[in-house]
Design a protein around this ligand. Structure first.
Ligand code: AMP
Length: 502
């Protein structure tokens, strides 16, 4: 396992990472940081949520000379939201460096940005249009900008900024180092890289890294005319803590916002027809958890680092598998399980198969939690509820041995690392209680240790969601865990355990 300290970062940067609680570099960081520190150009095919900002941001900060007052590095971003987000991230990484990171973006007074630039900026993080504007006013000179980052290049292409990006690149010194990050690599972006980068190293973080395990995916087939009604039902059942609902068009987003509002739901829309000010307002409200549901178009939501989203709902099926991965990557961040639900009309049904093949994932038909429980295989022996609790204290021999006698025991969860030969590494158990019942990870671990008498090493994973939880245990302990805990009480609430369906 590589640690940040093995990557050659300066003590001041390392200190900031320690304070931020960054322990292990993410895959893109592990690969890109040494390359960039060695002075190479890098193409990073990765999206928000992979840690790409630090992947380019840390080498960029290390490259700067605080004593040189010129603009030494620039980061170009497609949207104001991403510009602000990158600036905040760089400032946090530069906590112990004497460097100024200035953000310039449209929709805000240019004068104050000019005055910030005059007071000194080592790094300028900019949207393309505003950078062009400031350059034409001679407020920004790029003759010393030897470290250039293009963040979300494909998005700049979609928004029609590529020509301006090329103009900006031509204003930077030819001996510069260039990093290009993009979720996808359409031909115009490849061409841009060929024309403006020197022998770049390509690092690709595959979509699979993002989706595997962390996100439970499902689809719902529904005729177009019933979609809104079905969405309301799904939201009622799923009770997302926070959800992003994706629509294909801006008009679709506002219409859906109105429909959901009319049903009394706490919802806001985010799309390109809104003024910059109202977009910012919505973003902040959503990030502060003051709004539960966000209806957004891909462009408006792209690049936003929104954490703790429990659900992503594709109200309109995404145009490509890459967009699918990009959208659902917003949930299930760093150790959390998220849910992604995709609506398709009967005519779009085969889109699901395509996504499954491209992303190498499995997307089952959506079920309510009750249906999921209903369909979960029953454990072979179920402890009678109300039975004396002494049983919980005696340690039985491993229950797995019992299964050999041809019982119709639970179907092991193949998701959780099992195989058809019964050599599962872990078994995933479904628990019918979650955060909503005031239960947290420690409570469940306590129940597993004290109630089911499991040693710590037999407990592999505990994930608490809003309405329910999952625990992964050694296969040999699974049945006993169910027997000992199912029907008992935790924090005053009856808990039910089942072997989770794959
Ligand atoms: P990004 O993909 O750059 O938008 O980063 C996504 C989120 O992951 C941000 O909230 C970062 O602060 C966080 N993050 C990035 N790298 C790490 C790391 N190595 N360890 C923990 N969190 C990280």
């Amino acid at each position: 396992m590589t640690a940040f300290k093995d990557l050659g970062l300066s003590p001041a940067i390392q200190q900031a990472l320690d304070e931020l609680g960054f322990v292990e570099p993410s895959p893109i960081q592990e690969e890109a940081i040494p390359e960039l520190l060695a002075g190479h150009d890098v193409i990073g095919q990765a999206q928000t949520g992979t840690g790409k900002t630090a992947a380019f941001g840390l080498p960029l900060l290390q490259y700067l000379d605080p004593a040189d007052p010129e603009v030494q590095a620039i980061v170009l971003t497609p949207t104001r939201e991403l510009c602000i987000q990158v600036t905040q991230a760089l400032r946090s990484y530069a906590e112990h460096l004497e460097v100024e990171v200035v953000a310039v973006f449209g929709g805000a007074p240019i004068r104050s940005q000019q005055s910030q630039l005059r007071s000194g900026a080592h790094v300028v993080v900019a949207t393309v249009g505003r950078m062009m504007d400031l350059m034409s006013r001679h407020s920004l000179v790029l003759t010393s900008a030897r470290f250039v980052v293009l963040d979300e290049a494909d998005e700049m292409l979609d928004l029609g900024f590529i020509e301006d990006v090329e103009k900006i690149l031509r204003m930077c010194p030819s001996g510069r180092q260039t990093a290009l990050f993009s979720a996808t690599m359409p031909p115009p972006i490849q061409k841009l890289a060929e024309g403006y980068m020197y022998d770049p190293t390509t690092i690709r973080i595959t979509p699979k890294t993002l989706t595997v395990d962390a996100i439970q995916q499902a689809f719902i087939e529904v005729p177009a005319k019933d979609k809104a009604e079905k969405l309301v039902d799904v939201l009622k059942v799923e009770e997302p803590e926070q959800a992003i609902i994706f629509t294909r068009t801006k008009i679709g987003a506002s219409k859906l916002e109105q429909t959901l509002k009319a049903k009394g739901l706490d919802v806001k829309a985010l799309h390109g027809d809104m003024s910059q000010g109202s977009r910012d307002g919505v973003m902040i409200a959503f990030k502060d958890h003051r709004v539960r549901l966000l209806v957004a178009t891909d462009i408006a939501a792209r690049g936003l680092d929104i954490e703790h989203v429990t659900h992503v709902i594709n109200y309109d099926v995404p145009n490509s598998s890459e967009v699918y991965v990009h959208r659902i990557g917003r949930t299930g961040r760093v150790g959390r399980t998220g849910r992604a639900i995709t609506f398709v009309t009967p005519a779009q049904r085969e889109e699901i198969g395509r996504i499954e093949r491209d992303v190498k994932t499995s997307i089952g038909e959506w079920e309510t939690p009750e249906e999921r429980l209903e369909h979960a295989p029953r454990p072979r022996r179920r402890r009678e509820r109300g039975e004396p609790s002494e049983r919980q204290r005696e340690r039985e021999p491993a229950a797995a041995g019992d299964r050999a006698e041809g019982d119709d025991g639970p179907d092991r969860d193949r998701d959780a690392g099992g195989d058809r030969d019964g050599k599962a590494e872990t078994v995933k158990l479904f628990v019918n209680r979650g955060e909503r019942s005031g239960i947290d990870e420690e409570d469940l671990r306590w129940a597993l240790r004290e109630g089911a008498v499991l040693p710590d090493e037999a407990i592999h994973d505990v994930r608490v969601l809003h309405r329910f939880s999952f625990v992964e245990v050694d296969p040999a302990e699974a049945e006993r865990t169910v027997e000992f805990l199912d029907g008992t009480k935790l924090k005053g609430k009856e808990i039910r355990l089942e072997v989770a369906r794959s």
